[in-house]
Design a protein around this ligand. Sequence first.
Ligand SMILES: [Zn+2]
Length: 226
Amino acid sequence: MNGYSTIPYVIAFSNELVEDPIWFEPSAGSVRLAYRPARDGDWVGPGGVRRYASGILRARVRDLLDRPDERGHERMRKLNTLRQWRCMDHLFCQVCGQPAIDLGTGRTPWLLVRPVFEATGPGTGRTNAPPCCWACVPKALEECKMLRAEPVMLCTVGDVTSAGVLADIYQPMPDTGQPVPCLRNAFVAWSDHIWHAGALAVAQVVDLHGIEPVGPRDGPALHGLR
Ligand SMILES: [Zn+2]
């Protein structure tokens, strides 16, 4: 039993996880992390998938959401990197995968919990958790209450920009050059170029602008959810 009544769109299934080999390949007089063999589309940048030449290596996963007979069991503690990325690029709801933006206000509802949210200033913050559409908010709040001890903040967001990635950072072993993980789930900004060569991105991180908390009475009530 996983405690969820629905499987959120961003959650990974066991047969989607990919264990392709990685290594440090020579690059511009130095080395950088790459899959072996590499493919175009392995690297990402702030504008999406990059050509072979630049960006951060993104963890490969398969997308078998529409193939229930092939996808295997849900892995509730793992995100599917491709679907998480899609949610951030297009502001899709992390639960149902549909557009989360409220067309009436032009603002996007978001549920923020401390482990996946960091305030960066008044009304701004950074997160790797995708938005949650109004229709899914009650369900998501219920699941959150059940699964997490931390308080959940329901808010709306005016604007979103890509900040960087959450990545596992690798270093080459001195003798063999074999990649060894030295840091897990580290935030790497698009401008932190020094970390890019050793990073394997597992999620996209976005900056939220114009965050406005929603009181327990206004948000869902205003939207006819209670
Ligand atoms: Zn939804």
